[in-house]
Design a protein around this ligand. Structure first.
Ligand code: GLP
Length: 243
């Protein structure tokens, strides 16, 4: 595991964009696994700027997002479909048909999860999976659980996640209670993983994830078992991890 120490959020975003840019330059038709949340917004801004500067070409890049709220249409500004278009897809030359996100409007969970696993398999798997870290150690929407989920599945969001995400919605009642997410097994199949973390409020969970016991109670701890993980975190998030 490589850990890159960034000064602050901006520096983290730049360093994370460096890793993603390197992936695209080395393999222009790579498959990127993408994440949402507040953490990657700066990284996507950096990627947009590099595209505008003529340094990045997304024309052959394919993407598969980690997760999506169940029941939110893509037109809802809190859907991850909307987030990805707003923060990245609409600003670079990626082909819409090359982007993949679980379909939150498919009510049949079994059908949608099987479809999404097949989509990832058809892409040939993910080359580089970008991950943020939830306050309870969740990755994608894999909440702390008794076991690691293997495949894309439908989850009931925990109160802590609903609480953390309610700032984006008008009222807490508007936060969807369920989501579709890649499983831990799906994430672990990615050839490379890039975990980005910012802020003192993530320091304890980052330490537990990287150095604590590997347990489904801290979903991100499973990353300790992956052979190619890069962590880019700012000093505040790394404050409990000695240099
Ligand atoms: C959400 C997303 C995760 C994300 C996490 C952290 O619940 N499903 O993919 O990593 O929250 O979000 P933030 O980056 O806003 O702290």
């Amino acid at each position: 595991m490589k850990i890159y120490r960034a000064k602050d959020y901006e520096d983290m975003s730049r360093k994370a964009a460096n890793v993603i840019s390197a992936q695209i330059l080395m393999k222009p038709d790579c498959v990127l696994g993408l994440a949402t949340g507040s953490t990657p917004i700066g990284t996507y801004r950096q990627l947009r700027q590099r595209y505008e500067a003529g340094d990045l070409d997304f024309s052959s890049v394919k993407t598969a997002n980690l997760d999506e709220y169940k029941g939110l249409p893509g037109t809802n500004d809190q859907s991850y479909f909307y987030f990805m278009h707003h923060n990245l897809f609409d600003h670079v030359n990626i082909r819409p048909e090359h982007t993949n996100i679980p379909n939150g409007m498919e009510p049949d969970a079994e059908k949608e999860c099987a479809r999404y696993e097949a989509v990832i398999a058809d892409l040939g798997g993910v080359d580089l999976q970008l991950l943020g870290l939830g306050h309870n150690g969740h990755i994608g929407f894999n909440e702390p659980d008794a076991a690691f989920a293997r495949y894309t599945h439908c989850v009931d969001l925990t109160e802590s996640t609903i609480e953390a995400n309610k700032r984006f919605f008008a009222k807490a009642e508007d936060v969807p209670r369920q989501a579709y997410t890649m499983g831990i097994g799906t994430i672990m199949k990615a050839r490379k993983i890039l975990l980005i973390v910012s802020g003192a409020d993530k320091a304890q969970i980052l330490r537990d994830s990287l150095y604590g016991p590997v347990t489904p109670a801290v979903p991100a701890s499973v990353l300790q078992l992956h052979g190619d993980v890069t962590v880019v975190a700012d000093e505040a998030a790394l404050s409990l991890i000695p240099e």
